[in-house]
Each structure stands twice: as structure tokens, then as C-alpha cells.
Design a protein around this ligand. Structure first.
Ligand SMILES: Cc1cc2nc3c(=O)[nH]c(=O)nc-3n(C[C@H](O)[C@H](O)[C@H](O)COP(=O)(O)OP(=O)(O)OC[C@H]3O[C@@H](n4cnc5c(N)ncnc54)[C@H](O)[C@@H]3O)c2cc1C
Length: 491
């Protein structure tokens, strides 16, 4: 199914104009679910998405073409700090759900309880959230791999079992053909699930359409200024707007529209450090990621596997290229793994007049930096326990680690400021709740605004400590349900 563009109601020479009862900005995990629920409830919904509709399988995973067509800025974006943190976002119909690893976790019960009490989120009921989670898991087919897990995944399980560390397979949103193997899955992203559902219920989708700003008067927004695929301007009139552009671009758009109070000041991420590990046998599967995660030290530290396309192996070796580059000749024997931490640091997103993209900054705390050191050391131990013959930690001038005796030298020489710190989990720039520090109410209504809502990763009160997409979708559906109850469609 392709994404049909919506036709303008009339097209004057200079500006296309559209009208919608509900405008949804962004078609990722938050926007697509919101669109499906509201369209199915009878609202007139228009979804606009800055990126293109790219049919799954039409581009090679991790290729330059994919980076160009489905990632923001070709996948090269950075939060400035000491160290800076490289981050990646999807920019296409379906947003991050089209390019991500598909690893699913429900929001843990203790997390929901903490968020409810700490941020005063009204009517946040774990039982209700788990009914929603059941629906999501069925809609996107959350399942474990058929048969044996892949060799890179088995590395994590083997190492953790040898150390008696808690580990488990994370299910994914995938379908597998009958008799299929671990690598034969098709990701049940938003372009295969909630977006077609929204379209079947009458929602219109306009791709390659970027919203520049909202027109706001008093407590109401009325129009969105947009740029269309051919660069021409357009205007969309709406009754309600749901901003679902992801944790960086939702606050940036709200700021460009004049809404600044508490917006964009509380960016939370899961920082990761990486290593490459070489094994005796070929284990690399270039177009897939491991499904095992090691949670012995969770939520502070979690371990998992990264994409290990040869280009990404080279990137993981680049911090000490002189010592490590020989491993690239044997990339089939090498895989990349990460240690992720829950960070106490905070970041900021700031829209800068005249610049298209916002300035993003992030400060790790001393405790965060210590956790990164400890995470990388333990991940190295895990690799050795799994049988790695050489481990290449990703920081400037890191040593090659061949035995547990070498880990002491890693611990001595590691500094977070020398490491390649990355993240793909960004959230919490417009946190919800009744607490005064929250930028939106308990159901996503932007503070002080009558008809502006956020319903994406921005709204999570802080970093969840688990893969976030399940939490984003569950909260987005909860908020959409509440909106439907309180704002029944006209007619
Ligand atoms: C490489 C990678 C791997 C990941 N792996 C996992 C995983 O295994 N499990 C997991 O749970 N999570 C994972 N994530 C995170 C997950 O994808 C995100 O948490 C989730 O997609 C966030 O949903 P969202 O709706 O907030 O934003 P997104 O899904 O990012 O969607 C936002 C959309 O809004 C559009 N947009 C932004 N601004 C505008 C504008 N002004 N006008 C029009 N459109 C706009 C963007 O183009 C984008 O398509 C991963 C992310 C990445 C990038």
C-alpha cells in the first residue's frame, strides 16, 4: 500500500490551502496511532509528514540510499556536550518505526507507578495501560523469533549465562513466513499497521510536507504554515492539532510557534557506548540486529546488540583505527554490541531563528560517565565470557582486550569524553503530568493551550529505561481515547 497524498481544496498561484478537523504533524509511533484512533472514531483527520513514503524492502537496510531517504540529515545529528552525543531519527512515513530494531518492551509497572506519583499524571492506571498494550501487541504482531536465534544474539545469551547474568529475548513487531527463520521477519512498522488503518477510516496523509510553524492567538492555534514537496508554501486550517514530530522536532516546532515555557528543557536519552568483538567463527548478519538483551544491572545499565553492517563495524573500530583496523578484513567474524545507561543528565532543544534545525545540547552527569565506564567494562567481560578472542572498545586510544586481565587497563584509560557516545532513544522534551514542571497536562494538552496537543516521545516524563516505542504507543493511545471521550466528532 502506498501513501496517497491528499489533494488541496483549492490551489491559488502562491499557496495551497487545506482544511482538517484534526491535524496530526508526524506519522511515527505517536502520530500514526493517534491518526488511526481518531479517524476510526469519526474525526476528519489530516496527517502531514516531512519525509517520503518508502515501501519496506524497496531500499537496502543501512545503505546510503536508506540513510538519505528514511533518516533525518542522513543519520548524522548530534547533541552538543562533553562528550557530544550522536543521535539518529527516522524521517519518513512511519518515522522511527520504519528504521528501528523493532525490539518491544511494555512500560514496566514500577515505571508507570513512579511516573504517576512523581509527575502527578492523572488517572494513570497500569491495568488500563496493559489492556492497551495487549491491543498494540496484537496490532503490530509482537512475537519472538521462530526457531533458533541468530548467532550474534546467541553471543549475548551465552556470555550472560556463563556469568549467571539475567538475560532474555526481546520480542519484536514482526511477521515471519511459515517455516521462516530469525532473519526472515518483516517489520510491522506504522506504514504496515496503523497508517493503513487510519487511511481505511478516511484519514488523509500528505507526505513530504514540513510544518514550519503554527499560528497562535491567545490560547488557540488555528493554522499551520507548511512547505510542500516542491518547496512551495501551503496553509492548513484545523480545529485541533496533535504535534507528533518526535522528541527533537515537536518542541522545536512549538518554540517556533511562540510556545516556550518549559518546552524543550528536559530532553532525556539513553546514552550508549559500544564495542566490536571478534569471534573464531563468522557470526555477522549485516542486515539484522540481535534480539537478546542482558538486564542484570537494569535499569541503570543494559546490554544488547547493534546493527553490524560492515560500514558500522568500521565506525565502531574508528576510535583507534591504527590498532583496530585489521579486524575489518575479517568483518564476518566481528559484531557490534552496546551498553546503554539510564542517564540523570538532561538536554535542551532550542529553535534558533533562521535555522531549519534546532540546537540540541546534552550534559552527562559525573554519575552517568561512571556508569558508561562500568557498562563498557562489564560488556567487555560479557564478550570474553561468550568466547570473543579480541574486543575493540569504542573510545579514543582504547586497548585491544584479549583477556579479563586487560579490562583493568580499559578501566584506567576510559573517559566518557574520549568515547563515541550515541543514542537512538530520545524523549521527554514536553513531559506530561500535573506537576508544575510538566509542559503538558496529563493527557498531552500543551499547558495554556486549548487545542494544541503533543502525543509522541516528547510526552514521556523521563527516559523509561527500556526500549521506548511500546511506551510511546501506549500513552498515545491512552491520550487519544481520552480525547475521543471528551471531544466527540461533530455531526
Ligand atoms: C535506529 C533506531 C533504532 C531504534 N530501535 C528501537 C527499538 O528497537 N525499540 C524501540 O522501542 N524503540 C526504538 N527506537 C526508538 C523509536 O523508534 C522511537 O522511540 C519512536 O519512533 C518515537 O516515536 P515518535 O512518534 O515520537 O517519533 P518518530 O517515530 O520519530 O516520528 C516523528 C515523525 O515526525 C516527522 N516530523 C518531524 N517534524 C515534522 C514537521 N515539522 N512537519 C512534518 N513532519 C515532521 C518526522 O519526519 C518523523 O517521521 C529506535 C530509533 C532509531 C532511530
Amino acid at each position: 500500500m502506498t501513501g496517497p497524498a491528499s489533494t488541496p481544496i483549492h490551489t491559488p498561484a502562491t499557496e495551497a490551502r487545506y482544511d482538517a478537523e484534526i491535524l496530526i504533524i508526524g506519522s511515527g509511533a505517536g502520530g500514526a496511532t493517534t491518526a488511526a484512533l481518531l479517524a476510526e472514531a469519526g474525526f476528519d483527520v489530516l496527517v502531514v509528514e516531512e519525509g517520503d513514503w518508502v515501501e519496506q524492502g524497496s531500499v537496502v537496510s543501512f545503505s546510503l540510499e536508506q540513510m538519505d531517504r528514511q533518516y533525518r540529515s542522513g543519520g548524522v545529528t548530534v547533541a552538543l556536550g562533553l562528550p557530544s552525543i550522536a543521535y539518529t531519527e527516522g524521517r519518513c512515513a512511519g518515522g522511527g518505526t520504519e528504521v528501528n530494531s523493532g525490539l518491544y518492551r511494555r512500560p514496566p509497572a514500577e515505571l508507570l507507578e513512579r511516573w504517576r506519583s512523581q509527575y502527578h499524571i492523572r488517572d494513570l492506571d497500569p491495568d488500563e495501560m496493559y489492556v492497551i498494550a495487549d491491543e498494540i501487541e496484537s496490532a503490530i504482531n509482537v512475537t519472538t523469533v521462530p526457531g533458533a536465534v541468530s548467532a550474534p544474539s546467541a553471543v549475548l545469551r551465552r556470555g550472560a549465562d556463563a556469568l549467571a547474568w539475567q538475560n532474555s529475548e526481546s520480542p519484536r513487531w514482526m511477521t515471519y513466513p511459515p517455516g521462516g527463520s530469525a532473519s526472515s521477519g518483516q517489520r510491522q512498522s506504522m506504514t504496515r499497521t496503523y497508517l493503513p488503518r487510519a487511511q481505511r477510516a478516511g484519514a488523509r496523509l500528505l507526505t513530504q510536507c514540513r510544518v514550519r510553524k503554527l499560528s497562535i492567538s491567545g490560547t488557540s492555534a488555528s493554522d499551520a504554515d507548511v512547505v510542500l514537496a516542491d518547496g512551495s508554501p501551503g496553509r492548513i486550517h484545523f480545529r485541533h492539532v496533535f504535534v507528533c514530530g518526535g522528541a527533537i522536532h515537536t518542541p522545536a516546532l512549538l518554540q517556533r510557534s511562540g510556545l516556550r515555557e518549559r518546552i524543550g528543557d528536559t530532553l532525556a536519552v539513553h546514552p550508549t557506548v559500544k564495542l566490536a568483538a571478534r569471534f573464531a567463527e563468522p557470526i555477522n548478519i549485516p542486515d539484522d540486529v540481535p534480539v537478546h538483551q542482558v538486564k542484570e544491572f537494569a535499569p541503570e545499565i543494559s546490554f544488547g546488540g547493534s546493527a553490524s553492517h560492515p560500514g558500522l563495524v568500521a565506525l565502531a573500530l574508528a576510535d583507534n583505527w591504527g590498532e583496530f583496523s585489521h579486524a575489518l578484513h575479517e568483518w564476518e567474524r566481528v559484531c557490534v554490541y552496546y551498553a546503554a545507561i539510564t542517564s540523570e543528565g538532561k538536554g535542551r532543544v532550542k529553535a534558533i531563528p533562521g535555522l531549519r534545525d534546532p540546537l540540541v545540547t546534552y550534559n552527562l552527569t559525573a554519575r552517568d560517565k561512571q556508569l558508561l565506564r562500568s557498562g563498557l567494562s562489564r560488556l567487555t567481560l560479557l564478550m570474553l565470557a561468550a568466547g570473543a578472542d579480541e574486543v575493540y572498545p569504542s573510545y579514543h586510544n582504547a586497548p585491544v582486550v584479549r583477556s579479563s586481565a586487560d579490562i583493568a587497563s580499559l578501566q584506567r584509560s576510559f573517559a566518557a569524553t574520549k568515547a563515541t557516545v550515541m543514542t537512538v532513544h530520545l524523549c521527554s522534551t514536553v513531559p506530561i503530568g500535573e506537576h508544575p514542571r510538566c509542559a503538558a497536562g496529563s493527557f498531552g494538552q500543551v499547558r495554556g493551550m486549548r487545542n494544541v496537543w503533543v502525543n509522541d516521545a516528547s510526552m514521556l516524563p523521563d527516559a523509561p529505561g527500556v526500549n521506548p516505542q511500546g511506551s510511546v504507543m501506549a500513552f498515545a493511545i491512552r491520550n487519544a481515547q481520552r480525547f475521543i471521550e471528551t471531544e466527540r466528532p461533530h455531526g
